[in-house]
Design a protein around this ligand. Sequence first.
Ligand code: LLP
Length: 402
Amino acid sequence: MSTSLSSEQLTEIAREYGTPVYVYDAEKITFQYHSLTHEFHDQPARFFYACKALTNVHILKHIYSLGASFDCSSINEVKIARYAGIPADKILYTSNSISFSEIEEAQAEGVHINIDSLSNLDKFGRKYKNTYPVGIRLRPNIMAGGNLNISTGHDKSKFGIPINKIDEILAVVHKHKMDIAVLHIHTGSEISDVDLYMKGVDILLELAEKFPTVHTLDLGGGFKVPYKDGDSHTDISLLASAIKKAFAKAKAQTGREYNIWFEPGKFMVSECGYLIASVTVLKETSATTFAGVDTGFNHLIRPMFYGAYHRIENLSNPQGETRKYSVVGNVCETDTFAWERDVAEIKEGDLLVFRNAGAYGMEMASNFNSRFRPAEVMVKDGQPQLIRRRETFDDLLRNQII
Ligand code: LLP
Protein backbone atom coordinates (compact mmCIF):
# COMPACT_ATOMS: atom_id res chain seq x y z
CA MET A 1 0.00 0.00 0.00
CA SER A 2 1.09 3.54 -0.68
CA THR A 3 1.65 5.67 2.41
CA SER A 4 1.36 9.28 3.42
CA LEU A 5 1.80 11.18 6.65
CA SER A 6 -1.36 12.30 8.45
CA SER A 7 -2.34 15.92 9.05
CA GLU A 8 -1.97 15.29 12.79
CA GLN A 9 1.59 13.99 12.41
CA LEU A 10 2.57 16.92 10.19
CA THR A 11 0.99 19.42 12.58
CA GLU A 12 2.84 17.92 15.52
CA ILE A 13 6.14 18.12 13.66
CA ALA A 14 5.52 21.76 12.72
CA ARG A 15 4.72 22.57 16.37
CA GLU A 16 7.88 20.87 17.56
CA TYR A 17 10.38 22.07 14.97
CA GLY A 18 8.76 25.31 13.76
CA THR A 19 8.08 26.43 10.21
CA PRO A 20 9.03 26.36 7.46
CA VAL A 21 10.07 22.74 7.72
CA TYR A 22 10.62 19.97 5.20
CA VAL A 23 9.30 16.57 6.29
CA TYR A 24 10.15 13.27 4.56
CA ASP A 25 8.32 9.98 4.93
CA ALA A 26 10.94 7.18 4.75
CA GLU A 27 8.23 4.57 4.30
CA LYS A 28 7.05 6.24 1.09
CA ILE A 29 10.60 6.11 -0.30
CA THR A 30 10.73 2.41 0.55
CA PHE A 31 7.40 1.89 -1.19
CA GLN A 32 8.57 3.67 -4.33
CA TYR A 33 11.83 1.71 -4.51
CA HIS A 34 10.06 -1.59 -4.01
CA SER A 35 7.52 -0.79 -6.69
CA LEU A 36 10.41 -0.34 -9.15
CA THR A 37 12.24 -3.51 -8.15
CA HIS A 38 8.95 -5.41 -8.20
CA GLU A 39 8.06 -4.37 -11.75
CA PHE A 40 11.57 -5.16 -13.03
CA HIS A 41 12.16 -8.27 -10.92
CA ASP A 42 12.63 -10.51 -13.98
CA GLN A 43 15.07 -8.19 -15.76
CA PRO A 44 18.73 -7.42 -15.04
CA ALA A 45 17.79 -3.94 -13.81
CA ARG A 46 19.64 -1.77 -11.33
CA PHE A 47 18.42 1.51 -9.86
CA PHE A 48 20.77 4.40 -9.20
CA TYR A 49 18.89 7.00 -7.15
CA ALA A 50 19.57 10.40 -8.78
CA CYS A 51 20.59 12.02 -5.55
CA LYS A 52 20.53 15.55 -6.98
CA ALA A 53 16.82 15.39 -6.03
CA LEU A 54 17.58 15.26 -2.30
CA THR A 55 21.01 14.66 -0.79
CA ASN A 56 20.43 14.70 2.95
CA VAL A 57 22.78 12.01 4.29
CA HIS A 58 19.99 10.35 6.29
CA ILE A 59 17.92 10.02 3.13
CA LEU A 60 20.94 8.58 1.28
CA LYS A 61 21.55 6.07 4.05
CA HIS A 62 17.91 5.04 4.06
CA ILE A 63 17.91 4.54 0.29
CA TYR A 64 21.18 2.61 0.49
CA SER A 65 19.66 0.33 3.12
CA LEU A 66 16.99 -0.60 0.55
CA GLY A 67 19.69 -1.90 -1.82
CA ALA A 68 19.77 1.01 -4.26
CA SER A 69 22.80 2.46 -6.03
CA PHE A 70 23.39 6.20 -6.55
CA ASP A 71 23.70 8.55 -9.49
CA CYS A 72 25.64 11.75 -8.81
CA SER A 73 25.90 14.91 -10.86
CA SER A 74 28.88 16.59 -9.23
CA ILE A 75 32.04 15.40 -7.57
CA ASN A 76 30.66 16.74 -4.29
CA GLU A 77 27.60 14.52 -4.61
CA VAL A 78 30.02 11.62 -5.12
CA LYS A 79 31.80 12.69 -1.92
CA ILE A 80 28.54 13.03 0.02
CA ALA A 81 27.51 9.55 -1.12
CA ARG A 82 30.90 8.18 -0.04
CA TYR A 83 30.51 10.03 3.28
CA ALA A 84 27.13 8.33 3.73
CA GLY A 85 28.98 5.01 3.55
CA ILE A 86 28.05 4.05 0.01
CA PRO A 87 30.74 1.95 -1.68
CA ALA A 88 32.30 3.25 -4.89
CA ASP A 89 30.93 0.45 -7.05
CA LYS A 90 27.40 1.57 -6.13
CA ILE A 91 28.04 5.11 -7.30
CA LEU A 92 27.71 6.47 -10.80
CA TYR A 93 28.91 9.89 -11.85
CA THR A 94 26.93 11.34 -14.76
CA SER A 95 28.35 14.78 -15.35
CA ASN A 96 27.76 17.74 -17.62
CA SER A 97 29.99 20.68 -18.61
CA ILE A 98 32.66 19.71 -16.11
CA SER A 99 36.40 20.02 -16.28
CA PHE A 100 38.44 16.89 -16.86
CA SER A 101 39.97 17.23 -13.40
CA GLU A 102 36.57 16.33 -11.85
CA ILE A 103 36.48 13.19 -13.96
CA GLU A 104 40.00 12.34 -12.78
CA GLU A 105 38.81 12.74 -9.18
CA ALA A 106 35.85 10.46 -9.84
CA GLN A 107 38.19 7.91 -11.43
CA ALA A 108 40.43 8.04 -8.37
CA GLU A 109 37.35 7.37 -6.20
CA GLY A 110 36.71 4.27 -8.32
CA VAL A 111 33.11 5.10 -9.21
CA HIS A 112 31.33 4.38 -12.49
CA ILE A 113 31.53 7.31 -14.88
CA ASN A 114 29.39 8.47 -17.81
CA ILE A 115 31.18 11.00 -20.02
CA ASP A 116 29.12 13.53 -21.93
CA SER A 117 31.49 15.41 -24.23
CA LEU A 118 33.83 14.37 -27.02
CA SER A 119 36.70 16.36 -25.56
CA ASN A 120 36.47 14.67 -22.15
CA LEU A 121 36.07 11.29 -23.85
CA ASP A 122 39.28 11.91 -25.77
CA LYS A 123 41.13 13.05 -22.62
CA PHE A 124 39.86 10.01 -20.73
CA GLY A 125 40.93 7.67 -23.52
CA ARG A 126 44.36 9.25 -23.80
CA LYS A 127 44.96 8.95 -20.05
CA TYR A 128 43.35 5.63 -19.12
CA LYS A 129 43.21 3.74 -22.46
CA ASN A 130 41.34 0.49 -21.77
CA THR A 131 42.25 0.28 -18.08
CA TYR A 132 39.05 1.86 -16.75
CA PRO A 133 35.67 0.83 -18.21
CA VAL A 134 33.58 3.91 -18.82
CA GLY A 135 30.16 5.01 -20.10
CA ILE A 136 29.18 7.52 -22.77
CA ARG A 137 26.16 9.79 -22.43
CA LEU A 138 24.44 10.21 -25.79
CA ARG A 139 21.93 12.81 -26.88
CA PRO A 140 19.28 10.95 -28.88
CA ASN A 141 17.74 14.11 -30.38
CA ILE A 142 14.23 13.36 -29.18
CA MET A 143 11.94 15.67 -27.25
CA ALA A 144 10.67 14.14 -24.00
CA GLY A 145 9.75 15.45 -20.57
CA GLY A 146 7.33 17.78 -18.82
CA ASN A 147 8.52 21.03 -20.42
CA LEU A 148 11.52 22.47 -22.24
CA ASN A 149 13.34 23.39 -19.01
CA ILE A 150 13.41 19.80 -17.85
CA SER A 151 13.90 18.11 -21.25
CA THR A 152 17.44 17.03 -21.96
CA GLY A 153 17.49 14.77 -25.04
CA HIS A 154 16.35 17.17 -27.76
CA ASP A 155 18.48 18.60 -30.54
CA LYS A 156 19.18 21.91 -28.78
CA SER A 157 20.10 20.34 -25.45
CA LYS A 158 23.57 20.73 -23.95
CA PHE A 159 23.43 17.21 -22.50
CA GLY A 160 25.25 14.22 -23.95
CA ILE A 161 27.10 13.75 -27.21
CA PRO A 162 24.69 14.09 -30.16
CA ILE A 163 24.16 10.76 -31.87
CA ASN A 164 24.94 12.31 -35.25
CA LYS A 165 28.54 12.49 -33.97
CA ILE A 166 28.66 8.73 -33.71
CA ASP A 167 31.54 8.39 -36.21
CA GLU A 168 33.64 10.83 -34.20
CA ILE A 169 32.81 8.99 -30.97
CA LEU A 170 33.86 5.68 -32.52
CA ALA A 171 37.06 7.22 -33.88
CA VAL A 172 38.04 8.38 -30.36
CA VAL A 173 37.13 5.01 -28.84
CA HIS A 174 39.18 3.10 -31.46
CA LYS A 175 42.12 5.50 -31.32
CA HIS A 176 42.57 4.86 -27.58
CA LYS A 177 41.24 1.28 -27.59
CA MET A 178 38.80 2.31 -24.85
CA ASP A 179 36.67 -0.10 -22.86
CA ILE A 180 33.20 1.39 -23.30
CA ALA A 181 31.01 -0.50 -20.83
CA VAL A 182 27.88 1.63 -20.76
CA LEU A 183 25.81 3.72 -23.16
CA HIS A 184 23.60 6.26 -21.43
CA ILE A 185 20.66 8.50 -22.23
CA HIS A 186 18.51 10.66 -20.00
CA THR A 187 15.98 12.42 -22.17
CA GLY A 188 14.09 14.46 -19.59
CA SER A 189 12.16 14.65 -16.37
CA GLU A 190 8.46 13.76 -16.04
CA ILE A 191 8.10 11.52 -19.10
CA SER A 192 4.68 9.93 -18.73
CA ASP A 193 4.47 8.65 -22.31
CA VAL A 194 5.91 5.11 -22.39
CA ASP A 195 6.08 5.10 -26.22
CA LEU A 196 8.24 8.20 -26.11
CA TYR A 197 10.49 6.66 -23.44
CA MET A 198 10.84 3.61 -25.69
CA LYS A 199 11.92 5.76 -28.64
CA GLY A 200 15.09 6.56 -26.70
CA VAL A 201 15.55 2.92 -25.71
CA ASP A 202 15.28 1.78 -29.34
CA ILE A 203 17.87 4.33 -30.44
CA LEU A 204 20.22 3.14 -27.72
CA LEU A 205 19.75 -0.53 -28.58
CA GLU A 206 20.58 0.20 -32.20
CA LEU A 207 23.69 2.23 -31.37
CA ALA A 208 24.94 -0.39 -28.90
CA GLU A 209 25.57 -2.72 -31.85
CA LYS A 210 28.49 -0.48 -32.82
CA PHE A 211 30.15 -0.99 -29.42
CA PRO A 212 31.16 -4.64 -28.87
CA THR A 213 32.39 -3.94 -25.30
CA VAL A 214 29.11 -2.41 -24.08
CA HIS A 215 27.33 -4.62 -21.55
CA THR A 216 24.97 -2.08 -19.94
CA LEU A 217 22.41 0.38 -21.23
CA ASP A 218 21.65 3.21 -18.83
CA LEU A 219 18.22 4.66 -19.56
CA GLY A 220 18.44 7.55 -17.08
CA GLY A 221 15.57 8.76 -14.91
CA GLY A 222 12.52 10.81 -15.78
CA PHE A 223 9.61 8.73 -14.44
CA LYS A 224 6.66 11.02 -13.78
CA VAL A 225 4.76 10.91 -10.51
CA PRO A 226 1.29 12.44 -10.04
CA TYR A 227 1.11 15.93 -8.52
CA LYS A 228 -2.67 16.07 -8.17
CA ASP A 229 -5.63 13.71 -8.28
CA GLY A 230 -5.99 12.15 -11.70
CA ASP A 231 -2.62 13.55 -12.85
CA SER A 232 -0.67 11.60 -15.48
CA HIS A 233 2.22 9.41 -14.34
CA THR A 234 4.59 6.89 -15.86
CA ASP A 235 3.00 3.46 -15.86
CA ILE A 236 6.03 1.54 -14.58
CA SER A 237 4.41 -1.83 -15.21
CA LEU A 238 3.76 -0.93 -18.85
CA LEU A 239 7.29 0.46 -19.18
CA ALA A 240 8.81 -2.70 -17.71
CA SER A 241 7.01 -4.92 -20.18
CA ALA A 242 7.89 -2.64 -23.12
CA ILE A 243 11.55 -2.70 -22.10
CA LYS A 244 11.51 -6.46 -21.65
CA LYS A 245 10.08 -6.87 -25.15
CA ALA A 246 12.57 -4.47 -26.75
CA PHE A 247 15.58 -6.13 -25.10
CA ALA A 248 14.31 -9.62 -26.03
CA LYS A 249 13.89 -8.50 -29.63
CA ALA A 250 17.42 -7.08 -29.68
CA LYS A 251 18.76 -10.33 -28.28
CA ALA A 252 16.96 -12.34 -30.96
CA GLN A 253 18.39 -10.10 -33.69
CA THR A 254 21.94 -9.58 -32.45
CA GLY A 255 22.55 -12.17 -29.73
CA ARG A 256 23.51 -9.33 -27.37
CA GLU A 257 22.18 -9.03 -23.82
CA TYR A 258 22.52 -5.98 -21.61
CA ASN A 259 22.17 -4.97 -18.00
CA ILE A 260 19.69 -2.14 -17.58
CA TRP A 261 20.39 0.84 -15.37
CA PHE A 262 17.95 3.55 -14.32
CA GLU A 263 18.50 6.85 -12.49
CA PRO A 264 15.18 7.79 -10.87
CA GLY A 265 15.12 11.01 -8.83
CA LYS A 266 11.57 12.34 -8.56
CA PHE A 267 10.06 8.88 -8.60
CA MET A 268 11.99 8.00 -5.46
CA VAL A 269 11.51 11.11 -3.35
CA SER A 270 8.96 13.56 -4.77
CA GLU A 271 5.89 12.23 -2.99
CA CYS A 272 7.68 11.47 0.28
CA GLY A 273 8.22 15.18 0.92
CA TYR A 274 6.11 17.88 2.55
CA LEU A 275 6.96 21.54 3.07
CA ILE A 276 4.99 23.01 5.97
CA ALA A 277 4.64 26.77 6.30
CA SER A 278 2.66 29.16 8.50
CA VAL A 279 0.26 31.72 7.13
CA THR A 280 1.65 35.12 8.09
CA VAL A 281 -0.76 37.50 6.38
CA LEU A 282 -4.18 37.38 4.72
CA LYS A 283 -4.80 40.20 2.28
CA GLU A 284 -8.11 40.77 0.53
CA THR A 285 -7.73 42.67 -2.76
CA SER A 286 -10.02 43.33 -5.70
CA ALA A 287 -8.13 40.69 -7.71
CA THR A 288 -7.78 37.88 -5.19
CA THR A 289 -7.31 36.98 -1.54
CA PHE A 290 -3.62 36.53 -0.84
CA ALA A 291 -2.47 34.06 1.77
CA GLY A 292 1.13 35.01 2.54
CA VAL A 293 3.32 32.34 4.11
CA ASP A 294 6.65 32.23 5.93
CA THR A 295 8.41 30.53 3.02
CA GLY A 296 8.91 31.39 -0.63
CA PHE A 297 10.67 30.46 -3.82
CA ASN A 298 13.89 30.65 -1.85
CA HIS A 299 12.76 27.34 -0.29
CA LEU A 300 10.59 25.78 -2.99
CA ILE A 301 11.47 27.19 -6.39
CA ARG A 302 9.55 24.75 -8.58
CA PRO A 303 6.29 26.73 -9.02
CA MET A 304 8.08 29.93 -10.05
CA PHE A 305 10.88 28.25 -12.01
CA TYR A 306 9.01 25.51 -13.87
CA GLY A 307 5.36 26.48 -13.40
CA ALA A 308 5.11 23.32 -11.29
CA TYR A 309 1.89 22.47 -9.48
CA HIS A 310 2.13 21.52 -5.79
CA ARG A 311 -0.99 20.56 -3.87
CA ILE A 312 -1.62 22.90 -0.94
CA GLU A 313 -3.70 21.87 2.06
CA ASN A 314 -4.68 23.70 5.22
CA LEU A 315 -3.51 21.47 8.08
CA SER A 316 -5.19 23.70 10.66
CA ASN A 317 -8.67 23.54 9.15
CA PRO A 318 -8.81 20.41 6.98
CA GLN A 319 -12.61 20.18 7.04
CA GLY A 320 -13.15 23.89 6.40
CA GLU A 321 -15.20 25.16 3.51
CA THR A 322 -12.98 25.75 0.49
CA ARG A 323 -12.39 29.26 -0.79
CA LYS A 324 -10.11 30.64 -3.45
CA TYR A 325 -6.72 31.88 -2.28
CA SER A 326 -3.58 32.98 -4.00
CA VAL A 327 -0.83 31.48 -1.91
CA VAL A 328 2.26 33.65 -2.05
CA GLY A 329 5.71 33.56 -0.51
CA ASN A 330 7.53 36.21 1.50
CA VAL A 331 10.34 36.84 -0.98
CA CYS A 332 10.49 40.47 -2.06
CA GLU A 333 9.55 39.91 -5.66
CA THR A 334 6.71 38.07 -7.39
CA ASP A 335 6.57 34.79 -5.53
CA THR A 336 3.40 32.87 -6.32
CA PHE A 337 2.92 29.26 -5.26
CA ALA A 338 -0.66 29.11 -6.53
CA TRP A 339 -3.14 31.60 -8.02
CA GLU A 340 -6.83 31.40 -7.05
CA ARG A 341 -6.48 27.88 -5.65
CA ASP A 342 -9.24 26.13 -3.69
CA VAL A 343 -8.02 25.72 -0.11
CA ALA A 344 -10.02 25.07 3.08
CA GLU A 345 -10.73 28.41 4.75
CA ILE A 346 -7.49 30.01 5.96
CA LYS A 347 -6.83 32.18 9.01
CA GLU A 348 -3.57 33.91 9.87
CA GLY A 349 -1.42 31.49 11.85
CA ASP A 350 -2.76 28.39 10.06
CA LEU A 351 -0.35 25.73 8.85
CA LEU A 352 -0.30 25.01 5.12
CA VAL A 353 1.41 22.01 3.60
CA PHE A 354 2.89 21.81 0.09
CA ARG A 355 2.89 18.25 -1.24
CA ASN A 356 5.39 16.55 -3.58
CA ALA A 357 8.13 18.63 -1.99
CA GLY A 358 10.74 15.89 -1.58
CA ALA A 359 12.44 16.15 -4.97
CA TYR A 360 14.26 19.35 -5.94
CA GLY A 361 12.71 21.21 -2.99
CA MET A 362 15.25 21.67 -0.19
CA GLU A 363 17.91 20.71 -2.69
CA MET A 364 17.29 23.86 -4.73
CA ALA A 365 16.71 26.12 -1.70
CA SER A 366 18.76 29.29 -1.28
CA ASN A 367 19.37 32.10 1.18
CA PHE A 368 17.78 34.75 -1.05
CA ASN A 369 16.59 37.72 1.02
CA SER A 370 18.96 36.51 3.75
CA ARG A 371 16.44 34.02 5.04
CA PHE A 372 17.46 30.78 6.70
CA ARG A 373 17.00 27.54 4.87
CA PRO A 374 14.42 25.31 6.59
CA ALA A 375 14.96 22.42 8.95
CA GLU A 376 14.48 18.86 7.64
CA VAL A 377 12.75 16.06 9.52
CA MET A 378 12.57 12.42 8.46
CA VAL A 379 9.79 10.17 9.76
CA LYS A 380 10.90 6.56 9.98
CA ASP A 381 9.06 3.76 11.78
CA GLY A 382 6.56 6.40 12.89
CA GLN A 383 9.29 8.47 14.62
CA PRO A 384 10.18 11.98 13.51
CA GLN A 385 13.89 12.72 13.57
CA LEU A 386 15.54 16.07 12.92
CA ILE A 387 17.99 15.46 10.07
CA ARG A 388 19.05 19.06 9.40
CA ARG A 389 18.82 22.01 11.75
CA ARG A 390 17.23 25.23 10.58
CA GLU A 391 19.96 27.68 9.64
CA THR A 392 20.88 30.50 11.99
CA PHE A 393 22.24 34.00 11.60
CA ASP A 394 25.78 32.63 11.88
CA ASP A 395 25.21 30.56 8.76
CA LEU A 396 24.44 33.71 6.77
CA LEU A 397 27.75 35.25 7.79
CA ARG A 398 29.82 32.05 7.80
CA ASN A 399 32.03 32.74 4.79
CA GLN A 400 31.91 36.48 4.72
CA ILE A 401 35.20 38.17 5.53
CA ILE A 402 34.30 40.42 8.42
N1 LLP B 1 19.76 11.24 -14.54
C1 LLP B 1 20.24 12.38 -15.05
C2 LLP B 1 21.47 12.33 -15.86
C3 LLP B 1 19.59 13.60 -14.80
O1 LLP B 1 20.06 14.72 -15.32
C4 LLP B 1 18.43 13.62 -13.99
C5 LLP B 1 17.73 14.86 -13.69
C6 LLP B 1 17.96 12.40 -13.47
C7 LLP B 1 18.66 11.23 -13.77
C8 LLP B 1 16.75 12.31 -12.58
O2 LLP B 1 15.61 12.74 -13.22
P1 LLP B 1 14.18 12.56 -12.49
O3 LLP B 1 13.94 11.07 -12.34
O4 LLP B 1 14.28 13.24 -11.19
O5 LLP B 1 13.20 13.20 -13.40
N2 LLP B 1 14.78 20.39 -10.95
C9 LLP B 1 13.82 19.92 -11.94
C10 LLP B 1 14.21 18.57 -12.48
C11 LLP B 1 15.56 18.57 -13.15
C12 LLP B 1 16.06 17.22 -13.45
C13 LLP B 1 17.52 17.26 -13.81
N3 LLP B 1 18.06 15.98 -14.15
C14 LLP B 1 12.44 19.89 -11.31
O6 LLP B 1 12.30 20.24 -10.13
O7 LLP B 1 11.46 19.56 -11.99
